[in-house]
Design a protein around this ligand. Sequence first.
Ligand code: HEC
Length: 123
Amino acid sequence: MVVKMIKQLFWGIAIVFGISACYYDKGEELYGKSQCVTTNITYTKDISVSVNQSCVGCHGATAPSAGISLHDYTSVVENVKNGKFVGSVKQDGTASNMPKGGGKWSTCNISKLDAWIQGGYKQ
Ligand code: HEC
């Protein structure tokens, strides 16, 4: 009886730890903001990933929302320099919040965007 209870307790703990081990196996939770790399940011390696994931669905090459296409390096640079891209992504009240419908960029991705701009828009 006691042995059975100990066995059950053991498996209970093992399962809880097993599940939480998987749950915490996520980059942002493991490393936190301090591990956000903002050096040598390039469009191809860093920025395009977020833009393709959260903007191109509506701001693609053909018939883009608001006539703003963000489908490649040139179009993104143009909109960051002359448009409301940064205000939209930072959701600072200077433009419509983007991505529309939710999914605001993480603090790390916004820091990368700033670093990319400061670094002179490396392709
Ligand atoms: C679900 C569709 C959708 C997604 C996803 C989306 N947009 Fe938009 N975007 C729109 C529409 C529609 C408008 C025009 C209406 C408005 O301004 O809200 C717009 C407008 C804009 C504007 C002009 C804002 C202004 O105030 O004039 C910018 C800049 C922009 N989007 C950038 C982005 C960026 C950058 C992303 C990705 C982070 C993104 N959008 C994701 C649909 C979308």
